[in-house]
Design a protein around this ligand. Sequence first.
Ligand SMILES: [Ca+2]
Length: 281
Amino acid sequence: MRAAISLLVLLLSLCGVQTESHGTDFSTQDISNELKELRDMMVDLRVTLRHTRDDVKVLQAENVAVKERLATSETKVQVLQDTKAEMKTEVDNLKKENAAQEAELALKMDNAVHEQELAALKTRLAASETKVENLEKEIRAAPKVAFSAGLRESGEGYTRSGDNDLDLVFKRVITNVGQAYSNTTGFFTAPVRGVYYFRFTVRDDLDKNSYMRIRMYKNGQQLMRLSDYDTDDKPSYLSSGLTLQLEKGDAVNMVLPAGSRLADIVDYNYCTFSGFLLFPL
Ligand SMILES: [Ca+2]
């Protein structure tokens, strides 16, 4: 642009010289010199113009290169932005997946704990069932022994020992599981080694100033001896019991001492003898 302006100024100057030449007397030599300077200036201007065009080309080339680099950079930036967005999405997805896996893991751990507890409970249940079965077997296998018997099997009246001790026979069987008691002999015979409990109650409508007596025996040996001396002329009772450890075959019975009597009514069961096995040994 500056070169074009310079050329225009030069032409205007030349025109001014030609105009002035009508009024002024210039020599041919002067004009020739002037033209030569103008031509030199033109050459310089052309050179300058050519250099300027070259510079413009270089600048244009540089501009193109810069635009290409800018486009490339913008593309890279876009790619990076896209990549960043994709990475963010990927990170979000990974976080969600991780949270889901943690929840699943927690659930599995809970299930594992529950399964362990369930397994422990099953083991305990199986052990308990085994114990129950064994206890049921023991109960089924254990002898069942229990009896009660009343003195009279009918009516009412006295039972007297007379001049000798009398083995009492409680004839009326009320209960006799295991058949260990004999209502023929009045003896209880232990079917197994074990611990037993025996008790009795006897009654007499005593005459005033007389005795009533009762004894318990084991294998012919006296275990207990009770008596009552009447002072009121009204019925009296003797009642007691013992827990006994017996060997199989041991016999227990009640004895009415000589000179004694008992009074009983069958439906009242004033006089009874009872016993049962507490547990075998
Ligand atoms: Ca009495």
